[in-house]
Design a protein around this ligand. Structure first.
Ligand SMILES: C[S@@+](CC[C@H](N)C(=O)[O-])C[C@H]1O[C@@H](n2cnc3c(N)ncnc32)[C@H](O)[C@@H]1O
Length: 293
């Protein structure tokens, strides 16, 4: 009789099953191996710092059953692994997530890690606004990167704001991160030195054809009308009035970036490059937004 499998063997088997089942990987991992390891470690209650000997050691029957249950759930439900685990990492911090919020994955995490340099050019960052905060990941990670700053975060979804509130408390930034239930710009807190946003930008017809994993996420977090630009258009039109002198607007628009360029030929977008992958994030200085007028 074969011996009990190790965590590594279970993860390898899970990856093969994920591939055979045709799962989509776009919510924190981009391949079956990483997805399988994430779920295996979660089921076992282990961190990524677990040593090689433990990973290669035979598991107890209850441990094997826990991993297999999670792997089965991923295949049967097509829910993103982050929802099954109830957590996701973003900009080096862990956030609680569930179906009320988008799974954090914005490349803006990399900008936060660099404190928005070299783009900020050393200018002070005292007030930050995160529009469409979801889990609160951008607002909270930014507050942690700028310990002297005050952060406002808005969302139209009360469900999302409940998740964000739990994450704000978990990271101990209650005193500096204010959550606002509102459309785009909060009525108080501005003007802001930095306005950051990952708004919904998926065209309706594109969303309808997306793999099931995306349909587990709130539609409100992804779709923005037929063009995908409904939210962005209103955001761009009002941004200059909400930015402080020297203020900057940083927005993710993902794969609709060519449509954004075409829609606003007079705006001098700076499209930011990422070492860890991602595209479609622009930066505009407050003064550059005046080209809209
Ligand atoms: C793409 S998700 C981003 C969530 C989070 N910032 C992240 O990067 O993981 C967009 C968020 O914007 C919110 N949203 C949609 N329309 C909005 C609006 N008009 N004003 C404020 N928030 C909005 C959605 O509820 C959702 O939480």
């Amino acid at each position: 009789m074969a011996g009990a499998p190790s965590a590594l063997e279970l993860a390898a088997g899970a990856a093969r099953r994920f591939e055979a089942a045709g799962l989509h990987f776009g919510h924190g991992t981009d391949n079956a191996d990483d997805e399988a390891l994430f779920l295996t470690l979660h089921a076992l209650g282990w961190g990524y710092d677990v040593d090689d000997a433990t990973l290669a050691a035979p598991l107890a029957p209850a441990q094997v059953a826990a991993v297999e249950a999670l792997v089965d759930a991923r295949i049967v439900t097509r829910r993103p692994a982050a929802y099954l685990a109830g957590r996701m990492w973003f900009a080096g911090h862990e956030f609680a997530v569930d179906e009320r919020v988008l799974v954090p994955r914005s490349p803006i995490a990399e900008l936060i890690g660099a404190r928005f340099e070299p783009w900020r050019g050393g200018r002070p960052v005292r007030r930050i606004l995160d529009i469409g905060t979801g889990s609160g990941c951008i607002a909270i990670a930014t507050a942690l990167a700028f310990p002297q700053a005050r952060v406002d975060a808005s969302d139209v979804s009360g469900d999302a704001l409940a998740v964000a509130a739990a994450n704000v408390a978990r990271h101990g930034v209650d005193g500096r991160v204010a959550l606002h239930a509102c459309d785009l710009f909060p009525p108080t807190g501005g003007p802001w030195d930095l306005i950051v946003s990952n708004p919904p930008y998926v065209p309706q017809a594109v969303w309808e054809a997306l793999p099931p994993e995306y349909h587990a996420e709130p539609e409100l977090a992804l779709t923005a009308g037929a063009s995908g630009l409904d939210c962005l258009e209103r955001l761009l039109e009002a941004a200059a009035a909400h930015l402080a002198p020297g203020g900057q607007l940083i927005v993710e628009v993902g794969e609709v970036w060519p449509e954004v360029e075409a829609r606003y030929p007079r705006l001098p977008f700076t499209w930011l490059a990422f070492e860890r992958g991602g595209e479609g994030v622009f930066l505009l200085e407050r003064d550059e937004l005046h080209a809209l007028a």
